[in-house]
Design a protein around this ligand. Sequence first.
Ligand SMILES: NC(=O)c1ccc[n+]([C@@H]2O[C@H](COP(=O)([O-])OP(=O)(O)OC[C@H]3O[C@@H](n4cnc5c(N)ncnc54)[C@H](OP(=O)(O)O)[C@@H]3O)[C@@H](O)[C@H]2O)c1
Length: 312
Amino acid sequence: MKIFIAGATGAIGRPLIAQLLAKGYDVVALTRSTDRARTLAEQGIEPALADVFDKDAIKAAIKNAQPEIVIEQLTSLPKTYTGESMSAAGPLNRRLRLEGGANVLAAAQESGVRRYLRQSLAFWAVPGIGLADEEAPLSLDASPSVAADARTVNEIEYRLLKTPNLEGIALRYGFFYGLGTWFAPDGDVAQQVRQQQFPIVGNGEGVWSWIHVEDAALATVAAVERGNPGIYQITDDHPLEVREWLRAFARWLNAPPPPQILVEQALQMGGADAVYYGTQMRGASNAKAKRELNFQPRLLEWMVNTAVPGAS
Ligand SMILES: NC(=O)c1ccc[n+]([C@@H]2O[C@H](COP(=O)([O-])OP(=O)(O)OC[C@H]3O[C@@H](n4cnc5c(N)ncnc54)[C@H](OP(=O)(O)O)[C@@H]3O)[C@@H](O)[C@H]2O)c1
């Protein structure tokens, strides 16, 4: 079976391709870069060259590949994870997901693709008690970047799920960690934590949901094979408050303990979005993915030697 991947060369695309090839799928990997296309070909992976903002080019690429399934993992995010870099990247990233994604989806539909899976995000349920499931309303009116991202998620998921004659699956991943991510030991957040530049905001009660990129790829393959049309939250079993994961992350890196700043300071330094991430973010439940995809995520890498409630 042939699978076309847009976003094939990024942090999730790389392990995803490896896992799909290991299971015997034919993979066509999209890139804008002739150098990356050459590297993919040298690895025995069929490349497709197109920019998803070019409607005709992406249409031709998918028509030429004739895949049965398309997986969209497009992002345009910086290698650094700071308030400034994320704010600067936000508009293009959202445009890529909205406009670029719409072009890929239209091209897939036109080519008679049966199943379409796309990247979404598990961070944007309205703040509340306990973990949010896939039905929870999103934070559409939160602080500026949060609201903009929540609206993007809302729109791309709605568009996909209402597309006729296509089995649409939105995979809401948690925060990626592992090779090539901000949270790898050589990643940007690790660097900031070593320099005590990544603080706990207020009481640090914001709850973050995590997923190793290899597990995200495993869940994606499972969704290719047996997912039902709809939304799945692909997160690990133990969403954690910032004060817990960040202190453990610093210990794991042999870094000094993270500093703690007041909400007022965070507002001045990073604005309302920084306060949302630090104190209000709500964790996501992975119960549906466990039930329907037999998903068994690993324990967060830097919590392995730390007691996590309910962990076996
Ligand atoms: N849930 C999460 O936590 C989450 C989700 C996504 C990313 N991130 C983080 O963001 C950081 C950067 O992610 P990354 O390394 O995956 O990004 P990346 O290397 O920039 O990969 C993005 C993918 O999108 C493709 N792409 C971007 N614009 C395109 C366009 N106009 N047309 C066609 N393809 C396009 C890229 O293809 P080419 O460049 O080859 O053309 C590449 O395959 C990492 O730290 C990652 O962990 C986090």
